[in-house]
Design a binder for this molecule. Structure first.
Ligand code: CDP
Ligand code: CDP
Length: 218
């Protein structure tokens, strides 16, 4: 398994995707957003009106192809990168990702994609389950109000009008579901470095991580 493996975990809105994708651009590395994969499974389940509460409903994963490449997510070769980001998916994705059958399938795909090259993978269980052998593990956090403010700003830019309190509640609920589930809950790996990004800009966080990577590469 050649190449540097960087694992980034943390709760919603802590900056994982933005920071991973900027790092990947700056370093010429590959970024894999595992949240996009759980969102894609949720989209497929909703579109096909399966019973979301029943783990056996997800057997459809035997027959479809979920792929993440060049920063886009595909179901059976159809690009669903835009369709996976909406309120409906936000609401159900934590339920879908609580099932061990779903996790097992997606972790298999994720492990295949990290075989070669310099990889930045972000999610909830990357340092703990997907790449326990990672060269560097980061756990990004930020106060929930700050994370909600960031999301709220994004939503406003897209023309979605939501109350900030509603965004705070949605994030708190998802954090709580992700942290308390039995299977691979969101938690900091014992050897991960925690970084509270509340008062840092994206560029400051990226620069700090590049320093950390350099110190590990020496
Ligand atoms: O971007 P945001 O933080 O809102 O979420 P995401 O990274 O797109 O992940 C969406 C959801 O997928 C999370 O709330 C988790 O329920 C689930 N997820 C997971 O269980 N394990 C991962 N490795 C990545 C995401
Ligand atoms: O992937 P995750 O849910 O952890 O967060 P994200 O989607 O990368 O970041 C959520 C929003 O926060 C994005 O609009 C980022 O531009 C913003 N952000 C920020 O303003 N300052 C940071 N230090 C990190 C992220």
């Amino acid at each position: 398994m050649g190449g540097f493996k960087l694992a980034i975990d943390g709760p919603a809105g802590s900056g994982k995707s933005t920071i991973s994708s900027l790092l990947a651009k700056k370093l010429g590395w590959t970024h894999i957003d595992t949240g996009a994969m759980y969102r894609a499974v949720t989209l497929y389940a909703l579109n096909n009106k399966v019973n979301l509460e029943d783990e056996t409903s997800y057997k459809f994963l035997e027959n479809i192809k979920i792929e993440y490449k060049n920063n886009r997510i595909y179901i059976d070769n159809v690009d669903v990168s835009e369709d996976i980001r909406n309120e409906q998916i936000n609401k159900y994705v934590s339920l879908v990702s609580s099932f061990s059958y779903v996790r097992k399938k997606l972790v298999e795909i994720q492990k295949e994609t990290i075989q070669n090259g310099n990889i930045i993978m972000d999610g909830r269980d990357i340092g703990t389950v997907v790449i326990p052998e990672a060269d560097l593990k980061l756990f990004l956090t930020a106060h929930v109000e700050e994370r909600a403010k960031r999301r709220h700003k994004e939503q406003k830019q897209k023309g979605d009008v939501h109350e900030i309190n509603q965004v705070i509640e949605e994030i708190k609920l998802r954090d709580s579901k992700d942290s308390t589930r039995k299977e691979s809950p969101l938690r900091k790996a014992s050897d991960a470095i925690e970084f509270d990004t509340t008062n840092y800009t994206i560029d400051q966080v990226v620069d700090k991580i590049i320093e950390l990577i350099k110190s590990k590469e020496q």
